[in-house]
Design a protein around this ligand. Sequence first.
Ligand code: HEC
Ligand code: HEC
Length: 398
Amino acid sequence: MLRFSIGVITVCFLLTACNESVQVSDSALVVKPKPQKLSDLPVPSADPKALLGSQLFFDVNLSKERNQSCATCHDIANGFVDKRNDVLSGAVSLGSDGHSIGTRNTPTAAYAAFSPPFHRMVNGEYRGGQFLDGRESGLAEQATGPFVNAVEMALPDGAGVVARVKENTRYENLFNELYGEDILEDDVKGYAAIADAIATFEKTALFMPFDSRYDRALRGEIRLTPEEELGKTLFFSQQFTNCNACHQLNASPFYEQETFTNYEYRNIGVPANAAVTARNGGFIDNGLLDNPAINDPKHAGKFKVPTLRNVAVTGPYMHNGVFQDLRTVIMFYDKYNNPSRTINPETGLPWAEPEVATNIDMENLEIGPALPDQRVDAIVAFLKTLTDKRYEHLLETE
Ligand code: HEC
Ligand code: HEC
């Protein structure tokens, strides 16, 4: 719980504002680029590169069968996740070829820009990066993955993506204008420019509006209900839940750009999704250990702590989509402290064994008293307040 150490407080105090976003991990000082103030975030239409990126993000021609875009799996109408629900109850996503599936539940692309570059902390743990195992450091590097992933957009290589982009002379003109004449004639530079445009789009306010009820309450525009307030108190309490040991970025609960993740990697003992393993031959997801830069088995089963923004509308949950309902997730955490919480309400059976039984962060999970149902409900009510305004109507159908 280093984030609550005197070190953090001192640093914040010296800089007079925590939104300088200086993070202390152990004794090392990791200075992140200062997050932009909400009012500074560009809207896509204000930045020609972002506008070009938005066209690429939605363009199905950039997949093998011309049937899939980034937005197919990161649907702007649904919290930037895949709500097609066509395979295995939406646990994993179907690729362009119409039959391949991935092994991981599609995470939201919203607020992803806040993840710092992948790095090792002085305590030997890792932090930041894109993907659930941090294998790409930033958004531009990440964006080169899906086009050429055989179970996703399935183009042969970067040159294949550039060739598809060049089919459209409007794109070609824009790339010449924004990235330099004939940039698409060089496959490597051309592919990097394509990824850069998409990453620029992903850094606009469209992806991070910060206009949920939580944000509005923080700004004094509305008041949360007593149940939501109770959930908020429980969530931010080390004594009652310890959720914020992992799901809090900034030490101040008044921080206006909280993303509800510290971007670290943890194994919380999530069970395998039997439906997914039945389809993929019993594949075990080792999380962080699957990152090519990592080979120490002490990282097996650790996944990047996900943002909780929009979580109420982005189920199913966990890296493998094993839980359908947000309430089940809270009951799952409660099982570590509540001897009567033995049954997974979705299966009617005892909680299944963890997918990776080593390295589980018991120290942070076995904290706090058992949660009566009323508190479970309050935490769910609080998590619903993290829903951006444009998705609030989805809460009624969830
Ligand atoms: C077939 C579905 C699919 C398509 C198409 C797709 N993604 Fe993803 N996306 C995923 C999955 C699954 C993951 C998690 C994979 C992992 O961790 O190994 C992911 C992860 C991400 C992440 C990382 C989020 C985080 O919190 O780490 C970003 C950002 C992202 N995708 C953006 C894009 C962009 C940009 C495109 C288009 C170039 C795209 N995706 C196309 C399914 C998809
Ligand atoms: C030890 C760190 C840790 C603690 C403590 C913790 N979480 Fe998590 N949380 C994680 C990690 C890591 C994941 C992703 C695990 C995976 O996919 O295997 C996660 C996943 C989730 C998800 C699913 C998100 C999604 O999009 O799939 C929710 C909801 C959630 N946590 C809420 C909470 C709440 C509420 C608490 C307190 C009761 C809590 N967490 C405590 C680390 C933690």
